[in-house]
Design a protein around this ligand. Structure first.
Ligand code: HEM
Length: 405
């Protein structure tokens, strides 16, 4: 819809004078999410001059309708096509069909269920060893010693890159802060990651990746002419950026909620296959990737509200995942909630839906499954702390004690 809309019936968006990236909202986004949903199908976020959606239906529309909402301006709040805000786009996530379709089909083939299944055994072995070590310790940090320790072992080995902890976390934090406004978090994380930028660029090049890995398959596809020159390392960058911190966050959320709800932990103990549902519910409940952006191509109508052309629209997936229009009792963590997988928006939807979702699920199932088989009780022994990051919700500290079965 590129022509100017002439329908006088269209309303202007209600205005919310709240900064979604303020310390208060990042610490507790749920009151903001409620205001956003209640304001209407779409609202104007005054401090940043961008539009935002928080209801499930409209979020799904904006994520799916690439003819009206482009990814080419970047999935952060800045328009990366504009001078001053330029950065190298992800050639998967920040392009539209038909260019996206070609690249995505090669990536989908590389990540075929057959290839992924080969890793299941490796993930299970690593998870079992980690759980034994944690049982030995008794008390530990659910983030650093469990979620991070596991993901930083399992994921890089599969992708075929080397990801040391300090460097990887600094790069991830920069990336997810950079997608937000140029606030103090953005600036601090850029400074923190600066010493590691060169290391990261090296890590994603052909000569650095390990044989028989996803990264190597991507470079082979490039050598065979299926991907344009330079694309394989760009995709490996998107894998590392999109797949590390998000999975750590998701597993951390599952541990946090299962420790808070012993009855639900018992459900997993009785039926370990429930770990799948527990992970999906955990990422619905706390949504690691809180917000992503699209940009209107022309002036457009969303739920009867006018959005101008060439304007950023934030999709607050964390708000959509607790929209009472879609979910019964949305603020309750419930491993038995029906129809969560495929309905929550924590993994996106439409053509850009998370391409690594089966890897994330495999990792979570390996770790939570190993815990469910070996651990009788998980107890929270102190306060869970969150790490403020512009575009992401994640735990920083989760003091846990476990007791073997
Ligand atoms: C719990 C873990 C994960 C979460 C919550 C998550 C979340 C998301 C979301 C919300 C999107 C869509 C973004 C948008 O439409 O703007 C996405 C896309 C993507 N994710 Fe994930 N992700 C996870 C794990 C992974 C893993 C393990 C990988 C590694 C392969 C990965 C790689 C990607 C890539 C490359 C895209 C872009 C796909 C495309 O544009 O076609 N993600 N992810």
């Amino acid at each position: 819809m590129t022509a100017t809309l002439e329908h006088a019936a269209l309303r202007d968006a209600p205005v919310l004078d709240i900064d979604p990236y303020s310390d208060e909202v990042l610490a507790d986004p749920y009151p903001f999410h409620q205001l956003l949903r209640e304001a209407g199908p779409v609202a104007l976020i005054k401090p940043h001059g961008v539009y935002a959606v928080g209801r499930h239906d409209e979020s799904k529309t904006v994520l799916s309708d690439y003819a009206r909402f482009t990814n080419a301006a970047g999935i952060g709040i800045q328009d990366i096509r504009k001078p001053g805000d330029f950065r190298v786009p992800s050639r998967l996530l920040e392009v539209d069909p038909p260019d996206h379709t070609k690249v995505r089909s090669v990536v989908t083939r590389v990540l075929s269920p057959l290839v992924i299944r080969r890793w299941r055994e490796g993930f299970d072995t690593k998870a079992a060893a980690l759980v034994e070590a944690l049982i030995e310790r008794g008390s530990f940090d659910g983030v650093e010693d469990c979620a991070e320790a596991f993901v930083l072992q399992a994921f890089p080995a599969a992708v075929g890159v080397r990801l040391p902890r300090i460097e990887t976390l600094a790069i991830g934090e920069m990336r997810f802060n950079q997608s937000g406004p140029k606030n103090a978090l953005h600036e601090q994380s850029m400074k923190k990651a600066q010493p590691y930028l060169e290391w990261f660029e090296e890590t994603i090049q052909r000569h650095s990746v390990t044989p028989d890995s996803i990264a190597e398959l991507l470079f082979k596809a490039e050598e065979a002419g299926e991907l344009e020159p330079g694309l394989a390392s760009n995709i490996v960058r998107s894998f590392v950026g999109g797949g590390t911190d998000s999975t750590i966050a998701g597993i951390g959320f599952a541990l946090n909620q299962l420790a808070r709800h012993p009855d639900q932990w018992q459900r997993l103990r009785d039926e370990p296959a429930k770990v799948k549902a527990a992970f999906e519910e955990a990422i619905r409940f706390e949504t690691p990737f809180q917000v992503t952006y699209r940009t209107t191509i022309g002036e457009t109508d969303l739920g009867g509200v006018r959005i101008p052309a060439d304007t950023k629209v934030g999709v607050f997936m964390g708000a959509a995942n607790r929209d009472p229009r879609r979910w019964t009792d949305p603020d309750r963590f419930d491993v038995d909630r029906p129809q969560v997988t495929g309905s929550h928006l924590a993994l996106g939807t439409g053509v850009h839906a998370c391409v690594g979702q089966m890897i994330a699920r495999l990792e979570a199932e390996a770790l939570l499954g190993a815990l469910a088989r070996r651990v009788k009780t998980i107890t929270l022994t102190g306060e869970a702390r969150y790490r403020p990051i512009n575009q992401m919700r994640t735990l920083d500290h989760l003091p846990l004690r476990i007791e073997a079965a």
